[in-house]
Design a protein around this ligand. Structure first.
Ligand SMILES: Nc1ncnc2c1ncn2[C@@H]1O[C@H](COP(=O)(O)OP(=O)(O)OP(=O)(O)O)[C@@H](O)[C@H]1O
Ligand SMILES: [Mg+2]
Length: 309
C-alpha cells in the first residue's frame, strides 16, 4: 500500500533547562493510520504531543504536518490538526450542540451540516441537546472529539484518550477512531501507558522511554517478531541425551533440562532443523510446545532495558 507521510518527526529534541525531555526522536505517520505513543509515566508522550500541536517549543529537529513545518509555518501545519491535549474548553451551562455551534462559528467552512456529521460520528445524537454539565466523562470525551473534528483535520491527536473511560467506553472510542482512520483516512495519534490497550487500538506503536524512542513497530511486525525468540519445550525419551546432542549440534542455542523436558531458545524457523536432528539421533519426540513472549512481556522487557531493538 502506498504510504503517504502525514506527520513526520525528524530528530526532535526538547530541552528544559539542562534536562533533555525528548531526545532525538524521529518517526513517520502514514495516512489513515492509528499511531500509538506508548510509554510509562514521565516517558515524554505528552511532551511530544505538545510540540506537535505547538503548545511547546521544539529545541531542535523538525516536525512537519502534511509537509508544513510546525516551527516555521505553524498556521499552515496546525490547520490540519485536531487535538485534545488538555481538557477541551466547553461551556458546561450550554448544550453539547450549542458548544459545537460556538466552535463552528470560529472556523471557516464549518456549517450546521458538518456539526451534525461530527455528532453522528461520535454517536452523541441522543444527548447532544442536553447541557454539558449533565454529561458523563465518556460523553464529554466524545464531545471533545467531535469538536476537534469539526474542521475535518487530516490528523487527530488525543493524549491518553481512554483515561477514566469504562471498558464499554474504551471500546466505543476504539471503534470511532478505527472508523475515522479507515473511512475518512484520518491519521490518529493516541498516547497511553497501557500496552494491551494500544495493541487493540493501533496500527503502529512507538515505544518511548525516558524521552527516547526505543522502537516503532507495526502491530503485524510485533506479532510476527514475537516468534523470533521462542522457548520451545520438547517432551522426549532420553532427555539428558537429547540435551547433550543439541549442545553439540547447535552450540549457539541455549538449551536446558527442566522438569524432565528439554527447553530450547530458538527462532521459529530453526524448529524443523532441531526436530530433524533429534529424530535422526533416534530420539522419540512425544510433544513440542512453543511459547512466545506476549507483547506485554516484550513491552516490560523493553521498559526494563532488557531488550534492544
Ligand atoms: N515544564 C516542564 N519542566 C520540567 N520538566 C518537565 C516539564 N514538562 C515535563 N517535564 C518532564 O518531562 C518528562 C516527560 O513528561 P511527560 O509529561 O511528557 O511524560 P508522559 O509520558 O506524558 O507521562 P504520563 O504518562 O505521566 O502522562 C518528565 O520527566 C517530566 O517531569
Ligand atoms: Mg502525559
Amino acid at each position: 500500500m502506498e504510504r503517504e507521510a502525514i506527520v513526520q518527526l525528524r530528530n526532535v529534541t526538547k530541552k528544559i533547562g539542562l534536562k533533555t525531555i525528548i531526545d532525538n526522536v524521529s518517526f513517520t505517520i502514514g495516512k489513515g493510520k492509528v499511531f500509538g505513543l506508548l510509554g510509562p509515566n514521565g516517558a515524554g508522550k505528552t511532551s511530544i504531543i505538545r510540540m506537535m500541536v505547538g503548545l511547546s517549543s521544539i529545541t531542535s529537529g523538525e516536525i512537519t504536518i502534511k509537509g508544513a513545518s510546525v516551527r516555521r509555518d505553524y498556521a499552515r501545519a496546525i490547520k490540519h490538526v485536531g487535538a485534545i491535549v488538555e481538557n477541551p474548553d466547553m461551556y458546561k451551562f450550554m448544550s453539547g450542540y450549542q458548544n459545537l455551534l460556538h466552535s463552528a462559528r470560529m472556523l471557516p467552512d464549518v456549517n450546521r451540516k458538518r456539526v451534525k456529521e461530527v455528532v453522528a460520528l461520535v454517536g452523541l445524537e441522543k444527548s447532544i441537546h442536553q447541557k454539558v454539565k449533565t454529561y458523563s466523562l465518556g460523553m464529554r470525551q466524545r464531545l471533545g472529539i467531535a469538536q476537534s473534528l469539526l474542521h475535518r483535520p487530516a490528523v487527530l491527536i488525543l493524549d491518553e484518550p481512554t483515561n477514566g473511560l469504562d471498558p464499554a467506553g474504551i471500546r466505543e472510542l476504539r471503534d470511532h477512531l478505527r472508523q475515522l482512520a479507515d473511512v475518512d483516512g484520518t491519521s490518529v495519534i493516541v498516547s497511553s501507558h497501557l500496552l494491551a490497550e494500544m495493541e487493540l487500538m493501533c496500527d503502529e506503536i512507538a515505544i518511548i522511554q525516558e524521552g527516547k524512542l526505543v522502537d516503532v513497530r507495526s502491530l503485524q511486525d510485533m506479532i510476527r517478531n514475537d516468534a523470533v525468540d521462542a522457548t520451545v519445550t520438547f517432551e522426549v525419551n532420553e532427555v539428558e541425551n537429547a540435551n547433550a546432542l543439541l549442545a553439540n549440534a547447535f552450540p549457539t542455542l541455549p538449551s536446558s533440562v527442566i522438569n524432565d523436558t528439554l527447553r530450547v531458545q530458538m527462532s521459529k524457523d530453526q524448529i524443523p532443523t532441531v526436530i530433524s536432528a533429534l529424530v535422526h539421533a533416534g530420539i522419540s519426540i512425544f510433544q513440542v510446545k512453543t511459547a512466545t513472549p506476549t507483547l506485554e512481556e516484550k513491552f516490560l522487557q523493553i521498559t526494563r532495558g532488557e531488550y534492544s531493538a
